[in-house]
Design a protein around this ligand. Structure first.
Ligand SMILES: [Zn+2]
Length: 215
């Protein structure tokens, strides 16, 4: 069983995440688990045959922040504060600000992540923690368009940070092997085997027909 790749961005930085709802719980019985891509935030399921995961306490945010330096403007309560982003994820950022932010405040952010483009606007953000002039900020309200931009920027940042000029690995979907990796395939196979067993045991004529005894 090879390492897991994100089906969306093809990166290897994926982490097993919490099961949510009855489908996740039922599938985990047949070793199909939910995973989270730490780069683009995509949640997906994958078969990890024979593997059992133990529950681990969550360590705060689920997606790690990528180191980045970009200008930032924080506005709220009629004031504007300049600063600089030092880390970015889909869910939030860490930033240095010229004026100390107030913990628990809801602010608006303008992130100048692309020099030639207008800033990425986070309409609502929560100042989660403040230590001296550094703050941890969670994005609470981001429009789908802006979220797409952050996702795209994070993916390109990740390539720069880790690949150093090496092109990204192509997504693994090579015909039959690709099909064998999908949870749906394994679930259907399991259901088919179960249905055959039930029919063989409970409907005697079916089993005779299958083995060609009387038909
Ligand atoms: Zn991804």
């Amino acid at each position: 069983m090879g390492p897991l790749r994100c089906p969306k961005c093809g990166q290897l930085r994926v982490r097993r995440c919490h099961r949510e709802g009855p489908v996740d719980h039922a599938l985990s019985v047949v070793y199909v688990y939910p995973f989270l891509c730490l780069v683009c935030g995509r949640r997906f399921r994958a078969l990890r045959w024979g593997r059992r995961y133990t529950t681990q306490p969550t360590q705060g945010r689920e997606v790690e922040r990528i180191a980045v330096r970009a200008p930032l403007v924080v506005s709220g309560a009629g004031a504007r504060v300049d600063g600089e982003i030092t880390g970015l994820s889909l869910q939030g950022c860490t930033a240095w600000t010229r004026v100390r932010l107030r913990e628990g405040a809801t602010v608006r952010l303008e992130l100048l992540l692309e020099p030639a483009e207008p800033p990425v606007v986070v309409a609502a953000a929560l100042v989660r923690s403040v230590r001296s002039d550094k703050a941890g900020i969670d994005f609470v309200g981001v429009s789908p368009d802006e979220e797409r931009r952050i996702r795209r920027i994070l993916t390109s940042l990740h390539h720069v940070e880790h690949d150093e000029g090496v092109p990204a690995a192509p997504p693994i979907q090579d015909g039959r092997r690709g099909v064998l990796r999908t949870p749906v395939f394994w679930l259907m196979t399991l259901l088919l085997v179960l249905a055959t067993l039930v029919l063989t045991v409970f409907v005697p004529s079916f089993s005779r027909c299958v083995w060609g005894v009387s038909c």
